[in-house]
Design a protein around this ligand. Structure first.
Ligand code: TRP
Length: 467
């Protein structure tokens, strides 16, 4: 890994394909895998949702991942500049880059609040621990935190400061290096927990719940959510992978690398489910636990474990770190675009963008409170987005908007751009360069040209009732 500061003039490069894979996987593995995936799987009835998610990952996510990395590696630029340099002067494609910046801005604003919960849980595990608390007490502890606006604001500010500090201090590479050691520790820890889960009473029921599709539970909102989550979890649809790809050397095999990142991310998400649902069923809890799932059900298991204080502190600290490497990738897209497009200095761009995102995240930090306008009050204002049912609070509304709408639309634009706009020669050469999978070129192009757009559009059109 080169130690040069990453800027548009003098870009750093990954030392090897594995350097790239681990850094990109570190950015992709985050709260999406461990917090969000299990809880939305629980809310959407399990098996069929997981199956849809896997189909979307394979047929839509993976081809788009290859497309994003290809654009990044070819142009060596951040998203807006990448679109510009691959299209004609004055072309509107640059707007796709800006859409990505907007999406990253929104996602980081509420991502930080959830990361704040993980920070709070790390602190709580360390200073008090869950030992001796029963399931009810642990459940209501999360409820209290969720509604406690000042604590949420506090940890949100701390997490944003950490994220801004890392980007500002140029210690991103340091953090990514640390993540490269600690991510395997997180995986190891999940495997140990999985080992415990396998011997719990609830394991059989959990297997059925996660892997046996019950098609009576299919809803168009659920299918849209599975599509949106396949983008969210792989960090696709907003240019994060363009940015990572821009640090990749031309001779590296981008297809193999994209495949590895996708496999790592998906395996970790599935393991997280197979840890959480056995615990859920063993303790007679409900799979529809909502956003609190990982913050309630795991501590219940930790409270019964010898050395529970140690395990829960370690687990939540690793979760914070996983969230931090993802948050860095979100902020970096916004900051590097502002640097490249407006020629701001890195410190100024970081402080300005980071500050704005922190402010925009404040309503999310207030969303759990019944009394707050952004909590219950906001539900009246967002009902129109949710088929006229009751609306959601600010936090859930923006999560819904960004992951289920903006990311798939961004992904659709990338797919159309790469498969129809970029010249045949440039695309084919970039795909094949250094790749063991060169013979898959036509399969990939077919997916990108037809299956991806038709898939995304039909899910969206079905959701809005047009087909
Ligand atoms: N993929 C990360 C997660 O699962 C979140 C994330 C990081 C992300 N960068 C992104 C999501 C870019 C969408 C786009 O937690």
């Amino acid at each position: 890994m080169s130690d040069t500061e990453v800027s548009s003039e003098n870009r750093g490069q990954w030392s090897s394909r594995w350097g790239f894979i681990l850094a990109a996987a570190g950015g992709a593995v985050g709260l999406g895998n461990i917090w969000k995936f299990p809880y939305i799987t629980g809310e959407n009835g399990g098996g069929y949702f997981v199956l849809m998610y896997l189909v979307f990952i394979l047929l839509i996510g993976l081809p788009i991942m290859v497309a994003e990395v290809l654009v990044g590696r070819t142009t060596q630029k951040s998203p807006a500049g990448a679109f510009r340099s691959m299209s004609k002067a004055g072309s509107p494609w640059i707007l796709a880059g800006w859409l990505g910046v907007l999406t990253g801005f929104i996602i980081l604003s509420y991502y930080s609040v959830v990361a704040g919960w993980a920070l709070h849980y790390t602190w709580f595990s360390f200073t008090q621990g869950f030992t001796g608390m029963d399931a009810d007490a642990i459940g209501s502890a999360f409820g209290t935190l969720y509604a406690d606006t000042s604590t949420n604001v506090f940890w949100h500010l701390i997490f944003m400061l950490l994220t801004i500090g890392v980007i500002l201090g140029g210690i991103q590479r340091g953090v990514e290096r640390a993540a490269r050691i600690l991510m395997p520790v997180l995986l190891l820890m999940l495997l140990v927990l999985l080992g415990l889960a396998i011997f719990s009473d609830g394991f059989g029921r959990a297997l059925d719940f996660v892997f046996k599709p019950d098609f009576s539970k299919v809803t168009s909102a659920g299918v849209l959510e599975a599509l949106g989550h396949s983008f969210f979890t792989l960090s696709l649809g907003m240019g994060a992978m363009i940015t990572y790809g821009s640090y990749l050397k031309k001779k590296e095999d981008l297809v193999a690398a994209s495949g590895m990142i996708t496999i790592l991310d998906t395996v970790i998400a599935l393991i997280a489910c197979m840890v959480l649902f056995p615990i859920t069923f063993s303790f007679g809890l409900e799979p529809e636990g909502g956003p609190g799932l990982v913050f309630v059900n795991l501590p219940i298991a930790f409270s019964q474990l010898a050395g529970g204080v140690f395990w829960s502190t370690l687990f939540f600290a690793l979760l914070v770190l996983a969230a931090l490497t993802s948050a860095i990738s979100l902020l970096e897209v916004v900051v590097s675009t502002v640097i490249d497009e407006f020629k701001w200095s890195r410190p100024m761009a970081t402080l300005f963008c980071g500050g704005a995102i922190t402010l925009f995240g404040l309503p999310s930090a207030l969303s759990g409170s019944e009394d707050s306008f952004f909590g219950n009050g906001f539900k009246d204002h967002s009902a129109f987005l949710f088929d006229g049912e009751t609306g959601k609070n600010w936090f859930d509304t923006f999560d819904h908007l960004a992951s289920n709408w903006l990311l798939p639309i961004g992904g659709l634009l990338i797919a159309l751009f790469v498969s129809w706009r970029v010249s045949d020669n440039a695309r084919e050469e970039a795909f094949k360069s250094g790749s063991r999978f060169a013979r898959w070129y036509w399969n990939w192009l077919f997916l990108l040209r037809f299956i991806v757009p038709i898939g995304i559009l039909s899910v969206i059109l079905h959701k809005i009732g047009l087909i």
